[in-house]
Every structure is written in C-alpha cells, then in structure tokens.
Design a protein around this ligand. Structure first.
Ligand SMILES: O=C(O)c1cc(=O)[nH]c(=O)n1[C@@H]1O[C@H](COP(=O)(O)O)[C@@H](O)[C@H]1O
Length: 292
C-alpha cells in the first residue's frame, strides 16, 4: 500500500466515542421486526429496514453493527442490499462494525478479511467480528491485513450466550497461554497484539467481544490487561434484550469501561419505525449518564 497510511480503526473509534458516546446500534432485521415495521419478509424489507435505522442513527450515535446473517439468508440479493446498507452507513459518517463472525484457518480467513476489510470492496466495513476457534495463530493473516488497511478485528472471547461458557472457560493445555481459560487466553493475545503493533495509541485496532452478561473474573478475563494502553476495544453485546443494564456499564467493565462499545439491537429496534429516534435518544442519554 502506498501514499498516506489509513487512519487506524482504533483512532476512528475513539473519535466516535468522543463525539457521540459509547452506544452502538445493531442492525438486525429479525422476521418479527420486519413485520412490526410494516416491511416485507424479503431482501427488499431488510434493505429498507437497514436504511431507516441508518437514517435514525445519523447524528445520534457514532457506531452501527449490521448483523449480516439477516441479509445473507436472502442469498445474493441479500448481499446486494447489504452492500447498499453498508455504503449508506459509511456515507452517514458512522463507524461500521460488520457482525460477520467468520472463523477458519489462516489463508481462508485472509480471504474473509479481503471481502470485508479491503478499501473499496463492495462489502467494506470498518471492523469485523471474527472467531479464533482454530487458534489465535490462524488470525495472523487477517490481523496483518487489518493493520495495513487501517481496519479492526473484534475477536470473540467471552460471548453473551450462556451455552458458550463450557468451551470458553475450558483451560488451555499448551503453548504460552497454558493454564488460562480459552476466553482469557484469547483476550491476552489480543492485548499482546495491540501492545506490540499499536504503540502509543489510546485505543488499539484489535479488540475482543465480551458479553455484558458475563462475570469476567469467573471466566478468567483480565480487564486490567485489556485496559493497559493501547486499550483493546471491547464490543459488548448483552445490554437491553439479553438482560444487562445499560446504567451498570461502569460496574460491569470497571477499569475497562472507557473502551467499551455498548451495543444493542432488539431493545432499540422494537421501538418501531416511528419510535426508533426517541428510543436511540433515550438510550444515548442513559449511557452518557452511566459514563458521567
Ligand atoms: O458479536 C456480537 O455482536 C455478539 C456477540 C455476543 O456475544 N452476543 C451477541 O448477542 N452478539 C450479537 O449482538 C446482537 C445482540 O442483539 P440484541 O440481543 O438484540 O441486543 C446480535 O446481533 C448478536 O449476534
């Protein structure tokens, strides 16, 4: 890559936090939501849904997280409309986190990174969620790709769904993370990557996904390590619909609260097409009070 290096994802995220606070709105066109919004259960409905959410978010929040599964289910036409939703979101100045949750071995993950993180790609986003079930080492190629492109990766660590607990709290037997939980080992590797590659930055460009419903001590996550500069962005679902209380974000994340992307989908989207603006405003306010 030649010319001016791209602004790193961590810097763009920090700017969004400063301008709009920590709230991120998920774009999840569930079937029942399309129905409630008076939209058809089709790619056309999901397209219109996405555009309406973006319009409501613009100028109110800094970050959105489209859940691509709700577009992918319509096949090629779903991807076509998703491309448009992503373009509109980025045009509106929103930081876009593609919730794609891809996982594979290194060379295949690199192709996923090319799809979602290449500047100019039809599916370009600012950061993507990624799974390291095939080992953190399998992320090497997408990590390097993201760094060169000024993009972010958010690595699943301790997810919000209760059934993940058995795997994510398993103890690692080998390598440098031996003795840590799977969730804790992954979080440490993320912190290590940022401290090696993102020296001097407030926020690193590689982050973790930590459900706000989780007891971090219980699952072996070291929040101090994640908060050490450059702090790893923490994508935190689990607020609202899944039960975590937005006003408790500081208590839940403690020393790492300032790097948390507080993301919510159904609890906001269920306000409907007429109520979403007010729902976003109310949630922005509540999250801001929690950070005050
Ligand atoms: O990566 C995610 O965003 C994610 C991780 C996780 O641990 N739990 C989780 O719920 N999510 C996603 O976050 C969104 C949560 O939606 P609500 O529960 O409706 O706020 C969905 O799109 C999930 O796929």
């Amino acid at each position: 890559m030649t010319g001016t290096p791209p602004t790193p994802f961590g810097d763009r995220l920090a700017a969004a936090f400063d301008a709009y606070g920590h709230l991120c709105i998920g774009i999840d066109p569930h079937e029942y939501l399309l129905k409630e919004w008076g939209l058809p259960l089709s790619a056309v409905g999901a397209h219109e849904f996405g555009l309406r959410v973006i319009e409501a978010c613009a100028g109110r929040v800094g970050i959105v997280k489209p859940q691509v599964a709700f577009y992918e289910r319509f096949g090629s036409i779903g991807f076509r409309v998703l491309e448009d939703v992503l373009v509109e979101a980025r045009k509106a100045g929103l930081v876009v986190i593609g919730d794609v949750k891809r996982g594979d071995l290194g060379s295949t993950l690199e192709a996923y990174a090319q799809a979602w993180l290449s500047p100019g790609s039809p599916l370009e986003v600012d950061a993507m969620t990624i799974s390291a079930y095939q080992g953190f080492g399998a992320l090497q190629a997408p990590l390097e790709f993201a760094e060169n492109a000024g993009k972010g990766l958010l690595v699943l660590s301790a997810t919000s769904n209760p059934e993940a607990m058995a795997v994510q709290t398993s103890i690692i037997q080998r390598e440098t993370q031996a003795g840590k939980t799977v969730a804790g080992g992954l979080a440490s590797r993320v912190a290590g990557w940022n401290s090696e590659h993102q020296v001097g930055q407030r926020l690193g460009s590689i982050g973790v996904v930590l459900g706000a419903t989780i007891d971090f001590q219980d699952v072996g996550i070291d929040l101090d390590e994640l908060a050490a500069p450059p702090a790893a962005p923490i994508l935190a679902p689990g607020f609202g619909y899944q039960g975590a209380d937005f006003s408790q974000v500081r208590r839940i994340f403690g020393v790492a609260a300032d790097q948390v992307i507080v993301t919510a989908s159904r609890s906001i989207l269920s306000a409907g097409t007429g109520g979403i603006r007010a729902a976003i405003d109310a949630q922005v306010q509540q999250v801001a009070e929690a950070y005050a």
